[in-house]
Design a protein around this ligand. Structure first.
Ligand code: IFM
Length: 480
């Protein structure tokens, strides 16, 4: 894996091909609840996603992660697939309720053993593990005690981070704290289309702050337990927000959504303060007195890189009255995920879409990387997720041909390469996802994998895109 210390020199390039810098990380990504299954095995307790998925009407077709792709039993086969692909890294998440079942107290040996076996196998196959501590599976007991809107959850998270680092720090060098805290806070507590399914805008803002605080405290816990050369980061689904038109009202709508989507995190994480315009926009909901003296210093910890997840741009305009917040691609709800920004409408840009209904727009990734490079010039970037769902099927010959996914990946990797050429320090790319998996509120109806999963049998079939990505990862070059 490329280290996040010391910028790698851009590699020479021919007219026909785009060569990525030597040492660029090529990976695939997954998350625990989406692939592991074994929901009640070896002492794992329910997370908020187990509870939510079992609530009728919450997840399409009543799907749950009880079995998922059965990775908990098939992990060796899945690592072998990655080794065949030739990727250099694997981003996965630890299931908090497997490692520390009640979210308090000692860790569970059996849960940790699973991740020890997995990471040993990865290292044996020359694949560097990147562990995410939290990809949305809060132990249900902690939600019962108030969840992320409560400050104590941040302390619980730091304790869990310390336990995980003590147990796995000898083999996992690269860690991220949270995956996409925007989804945890705003889809989980405002629009309710994610677990725990609450619809309280103030709870969502409180959750955002306590996720930030939990991150800061977890970084401190990680740094004190890990070797000094460990890399520690956070992954944000940084939204690339574009105004629909050049008029001042649309520009202001974009500013408000940018504050709620991005700067509510990057403000305290990287500048040590919440943006003044965010506090103003949300003043009628809360005075933010849940932010205590000293919190923002705790949140602003030095990071080795920023994980960036990108799928599609967010196009907005000013709207009057109740806005089109259902059309922002995150699932249908009568409640907005954007506290204090109800009068904003969301628009689908013209052109192709994926099976999620998301616009295919690599220029959004390019623009986003340039902005991040400008705003945070000293912070290396890692694309920790990018990919697309399409309606894949197995042909009579037993193959899965997915040219749309290949086109999506080619377009987005070209955007990454162009950003590197323009001087942005991008260290690697993780394809979402290794396997088809449980796509949250959409259940198993959306397939994001480079590897097709036949759910009734668990059989894995690498798609054409897996073979394509394998060639790119092995050569570090995108054909012209
Ligand atoms: O499947 C999710 C993942 O868990 C987080 N980022 C976006 C992906 C696609 O929706």
């Amino acid at each position: 894996m490329a280290t996040a210390t010391g910028r790698v020199a851009p590699a020479p390039e021919t007219a026909a091909a785009r060569a990525f810098p030597p040492g660029f990380t090529w990976g695939t990504a997954t998350a625990a609840y989406q692939i592991e299954g074994a929901a009640a095995l070896d002492g794992r307790t329910p997370s908020i996603w187990d509870t939510y998925a079992r609530t009728p009407g919450k997840v399409r077709n009543g799907d749950t992660g009880d079995i998922a792709t059965d990775h908990y039993h098939r992990w060796r086969e899945d690592v072998a697939i990655m080794a065949d692909l030739g990727v250099s890294a694997y981003r996965f998440s630890l299931a908090w309720p497997r490692v520390q079942p009640t979210g308090r107290g000692p860790s569970l040996q059996k849960g940790l053993d699973f991740y020890r076996r997995l990471t040993d196998e990865l290292l044996d196959r020359n694949i560097q593990p990147l562990a995410t501590l939290y990809h949305w599976d809060l132990p249900q007991e902690l939600e019962d005690a108030g969840g992320w809107p409560e400050r104590a959850t941040a302390d619980r998270f730091a304790e869990y981070a310390g336990l995980a680092a003590e147990a796995l720090g000898d083999r996992v060098r690269t860690w991220t704290t949270l995956n996409e805290p925007w989804c945890s806070a705003f889809l989980g507590y405002a629009s309710g289309v994610h677990a725990p399914g609450r619809t309280d805008p103030v709870a969502a803002l409180r959750a955002a702050h306590h996720l930030n605080l939990g991150h800061g405290k977890a970084v401190q816990a990680l740094r004190s337990a890990l070797p000094s050369d460990a890399l520690v980061a956070i992954t944000l689904n940084v939204h690339h927000v574009r105004p629909l038109t050049g008029n001042a009202q649309d520009a202001d709508a974009a500013r408000r959504i940018d504050a709620l989507a991005n700067r509510v995190f990057t403000g305290p994480l990287l500048h040590g303060e919440y943006p003044a315009d965010l506090l103003r926009d949300t003043a009628r909901l809360t005075d933010w007195s849940f932010v205590r003296d000293g919190d923002t210093e705790v949140i602003r910890q030095p990071l080795d890189f920023l994980g960036v997840n990108y799928y599609t741009p967010t196009v907005v305009s000013a709207a009057t009255g109740d806005a089109g917040h259902n059309s922002d691609g995150h699932g249908k709800s009568a409640h907005s995920p954007w506290p204090g920004a109800d009068n904003v409408a969301f628009h689908l840009p013209p052109g192709d879409t994926t099976a999620m209904g998301w616009a295919v727009d690599p220029s959004g990734l390019y623009d986003l990387l340039l902005r991040l490079g400008r705003d945070f010039p000293d912070l290396p970037l890692m694309i920790t997720e990018n990919g697309a769902a399409f309606d894949d099927y197995v042909s009579p010959e037993g193959e899965v041909r997915d040219p749309d996914r290949i086109a999506y990946m080619r377009g987005h990797l070209t955007a990454v390469h162009r950003a590197i050429e323009a001087g942005v320090d991008v260290r690697g790319y993780f394809l979402w996802s290794l396997l088809d998996n449980f796509e949250w509120g959409y259940g198993y109806s959306k397939r994001f994998g480079a590897v097709y999963v036949d759910y009734p049998t668990g059989k894995r079939i690498p798609k054409a895109s897996a073979h394509w990505y394998s060639k790119v990862a092995r050569t570090g070059t995108l054909d012209g």
